[in-house]
Design a protein around this ligand. Structure first.
Ligand code: KG4
Ligand code: ZN
Length: 335
């Protein structure tokens, strides 16, 4: 049988990435991280597009040569169609279309959020259908009921900020560099999660809200700094631990409810925030308490990467789900 070799590209935000998948097995995952945004305290869309434009071909070249696959052995080319930053998506889409046209091979459009979930099928153990996936990233917070590889239903989501944004904005208020989520995680390990109390948001059903905690942290710090100018430096670990504790509690409340309502015990997490050590620990604790089977992808497949795009593309290839060369990116693409 002919091998199925797919080149996949990810360029939705600030990571330029390429991956080769062969017969469903990831051969590599090359990621170029854009450091240009650090000094601005957040991703600058225009700079992100320019950096993608600069890094994309070298990253793709590395993936193809490292895999030892000739151009004519490629069965298809896949790209992230959305959601993401329009300018960043355009770079990947334009390349993928030209490449598919030049090689006369099928083009596969991939939904970035679906790919975050399908990252669970890169390595063992793999979740069994149906499972619930809590997708937590800098741009999204969703509870997804996954019925099959390409059949997913959003059963809850944030109505304002993403949880990754809440981590990053807290970090910014504490004077930590962008992206601050991993630093909040690091300091939290040394702190007392009960040191300070922050309000839990009360959203109906399975939906989330993370804009309130950002304001709560802002006012809290402003009041404490009035009394003690060194409050942040003296209490960094306790502040991080307390905010992280609150964010995880909010995430888990709705996850527990979703699992109960849908009678599912197969639970997965995906997206950049799933790298958080406190979240992983709490999930493992709940697994013991509630009899859940918990799935967490390898760290390199949690943050943005092309391997997950490749995995999604493989399943779409098997179904013959290709797109036309007139396809456009969709910044707010739904699952
Ligand atoms: O999935 P991702 O790489 O990009 C988006 O699609 O947004 O997620 C990035 C987000 C950022 O907000 C970053 O601060 C957060 O994931 N993040 C973390 C940790 N590692 C990454 N947040 C908390 N704890 C971490 N260890
Ligand atoms: Zn992402």
């Amino acid at each position: 049988m002919k091998n199925i070799n797919i080149l996949a590209i990810e360029s939705s935000c600030d990571e330029t990435s390429a991956s080769i998948i062969s017969n469903g097995k990831i051969l590599n995952n090359i990621v170029a991280t854009q450091s240009v945004h650090e000094k601005y305290g957040g991703v600058v869309p225009e700079l992100a597009s320019r950096a993608h434009q600069q890094h994309l071909i070298p990253v793709i070249h590395e993936a193809i040569t490292e895999a030892g696959i000739a151009h004519e052995e490629l069965s298809a080319v896949a790209f992230t169609r959305g959601p993401g930053l329009m300018g960043s998506l355009m770079v990947g889409v334009s390349f993928a279309k030209s490449f598919a046209y030049a090689l006369d091979i099928p083009l596969i459009d991939v939904n970035h959020m679906q790919a975050h979930i399908l990252a669970h099928f890169i390595d063992d153990p793999k979740p069994a259908f149906p499972f619930i996936c809590l997708t937590v990233s800098g741009g999204h917070t969703q509870l997804v009921l996954v019925k099959d590889y390409l059949e997913m239903e959003v059963i809850g989501e944030t109505l304002d900020d993403a949880v990754g944004e809440a981590f990053d904005k807290t970090a910014k208020l504490l004077g930590l560099p962008y992206p601050g989520g991993p630093l909040v995680d690091k300091y939290a390990k040394e702190g007392n999660p009960q040191a300070f109390q922050f309000p839990l948001s009360e959203m109906p059903g399975l939906n989330y809200s993370f804009s309130g905690i950002k304001t709560a942290v802002l006012y809290f710090l402003r009041d404490r700094l009035k009394e003690d100018a060194d409050f942040i430096t003296e209490n960094m670990a306790d502040i991080c631990a307390s905010v992280q504790f609150t964010l995880i509690k909010m995430l888990m409340q709705k996850l527990k409810r979703a699992a109960r309502e849908h009678k599912v015990k197969e639970i997965a997490i995906a997206g950049g925030v799933s790298a958080n050590s406190g979240l992983r620990a709490e999930l493992n604790r709940l697994a013991g308490e509630l009899g859940w089977n918990v799935y967490v992808p390898k760290f390199e497949y949690c943050t943005d990467n092309a391997a997950m795009i490749a995995m999604a593309a493989h399943y779409k290839y098997l179904k013959g789900a290709f797109c036309g060369l007139d396809v456009s990116p969709v910044a707010k693409m739904k699952l």
